[in-house]
Design a protein around this ligand. Structure first.
Ligand code: FE2
Length: 190
């Protein structure tokens, strides 16, 4: 049943977009119902961020697509599901390098081409598709402003890329204590 749904989503970007909307509604539901949460995050203004994708940096993303689609048997996601604010068209940074997307039905792999100039072009300190092979791991939250306030309170500095990469996502990036780049994003209201 789930495989059927994934195939339908792959053929129908609109369906996948609806699924994304439903995921957002579910996250909002959890955010509005603190009794659904654990003791340590019950009073947060944002619902606990959920693992959304792992981004791998490559010189040639087609090789990675072959591996994750044909060896790991994930489904390829249509690029139309990820409208970008391409570097140059926005004039404010971001990137337009080739990138592929796969999903196991729960989480995604973002298979990006390395772009060493993103941070400099964007006036930010963290480049999420610079040094690999793991570019970054990403979580989704339902309230990016509340999460940023939470990072401020925790003393964690972040690069706020806004929607410079993805037209529909507000993304921020920061480092965990070992230097792994972590993304947290929220889907922008239409
Ligand atoms: Fe990402």
């Amino acid at each position: 049943m789930r495989a059927k749904l994934r195939r339908l989503e792959a053929d129908n970007p609109a369906l996948a977009a609806e699924q994304q909307k439903l995921d957002g509604l579910l996250a909002s539901h959890a955010a509005e119902n603190p009794e659904l949460r654990s003791d340590h995050n019950r009073s947060d203004k944002f619902s606990p961020p959920k693992l959304h994708h792992i981004n791998i940096v490559s010189r040639e993303c087609d090789r990675l697509l072959h591996f994750y689609r044909d060896v790991m048997r994930m489904d390829e996601m249509p690029i139309e599901l990820f409208p970008r604010n391409a570097e140059g068209s926005s004039g404010q940074g971001g990137s337009n390098v080739p990138i592929c997307f796969t999903t196991d039905g729960h989480m995604q792999m973002h298979l990006a081409t390395q772009d060493l100039g993103v941070a400099q072009r964007s006036g930010e300190s963290i480049n999420p598709i610079g040094v690999g092979p793991i570019g970054h791991i990403a979580y989704r939250t339902d309230d990016i402003d509340a999460f940023k306030a939470h990072l401020d309170a925790c003393g964690v500095a972040y690069s706020d890329y806004g929607t410079r990469f993805a037209r529909d996502w507000h993304q921020i990036f920061f480092l965990d204590p070992e230097g792994v780049i972590v993304e947290v994003h929220a889907v922008q209201p239409k």
